[in-house]
Design a protein around this ligand. Sequence first.
Ligand SMILES: *Cc1c(COP(=O)(O)O)cnc(C)c1O
Length: 412
Amino acid sequence: MSSSQINPPPRLLMGPGPINADPRVLRAMSAQLVGQYDPSMTGYMNEVMELYRGVFKTTNDATLLVDGTSRAGIEAALISLIEPGAKVLVPIFGRFGHLLKEIAVRAGAEVAVREKAWGQVFTPEEIEQAILEEQPALLALVQGDTSTTMNQPLQDIGAICRAHGVLFYTDVTASLAGNEFRADDWGIDAVTAGLQKCLGGPSGSAPISLSERAVQVIRSRRHVEEGIADGTQGRGRRIASNYFDLAMILDYWGPQRLNHHTEATSMLYGARECARLLLEEGIDAAITRHQLHGAAMLAGVQGLGLNVFGDIAHKMNNVVAVHIPDGIDGDAARQAMLEDFGIEIGTSFGPLHGKVWRIGTMGYNARKDAVLLTLAALEQVLRAGGADLTPGGGVGAATEVYQDATAQGSPR
Ligand SMILES: *Cc1c(COP(=O)(O)O)cnc(C)c1O
């Protein structure tokens, strides 16, 4: 067997994630390791906590990283918050709602679901009605679901949950930094994310923040040494995972620094730089940037004559889904985008499989050059596939969006 040094082909990743990492994040990740309890390392951990309080817009003490991809954060939150037998309500409007349901079932919850047709979101009234009917201990709800590109409004849900004594968990992996999110103002008890969408990093670290109410629930399930030894203490209530036991992870990140896992140092360097980049730009400016390039991509695909999937009024800023035109082979077109232009766009899952492409404009790739290149390439691929298009219609429509923004004095 022979192998050569890693040398991936140059690609522009314009799918629903992952996207190209910001070079600053890659540089941070190449820094040398230090020991787990080296004062510089514990200092970096404290900085990461403070940086992600800024990112999530929270004062939650319990703001840290779970090591693993975004679903590690989801699993840690759900398995630590859900006591076996507890009722959990999951409103599902796409693939990641189904994932929350599956993880809640594995955590031993009695799960109730409500489902929306793909391409739509829930109203606060619908969620409140479901809460009244089901009386759950926990509501688990995705914010941006890349499978449908929809962005579920969350701002009124926290108050509803408080009024009914329900804990509120949300997965903001796909939406954070590209769409508004405010953990404290919106009454969020637990929130998890990942780096590979609008934060401009690689997957492999899951920022998480927990309200004091959530921390109390988790700490009440903390198993003492004797409990582990004789198997009695906390039986039935003990968190059913060691790796994802947030009570232990909190003790590791807290002032006691009780040993748990070895922190994934290089990922922590990367996560730290992602947050620094975002806060340096300003969260509002980053959202405006995602709005601008998302609007340009939307106008561009429409300029190519493509039909957009879903309720555009609730579309995330950072991803658009378009119907694959009749007569075009969706997989062959994606392959031509990759082979001829080095550009990756996304396929789809479930009910949308084979019907739509998903095109992202997120993080480091929420840029004018990336948008215009993708539209120019897509036009060529569609024409080669036999589509009858106005030449330059995609780039032209996107350019108009940029010109309007410049006229209005919008940055970038
Ligand atoms: C992309 C995405 C994830 C990704 O999870 P990974 O474990 O990092 O693959 C999770 N949740 C949502 C809503 C997403 O869009």
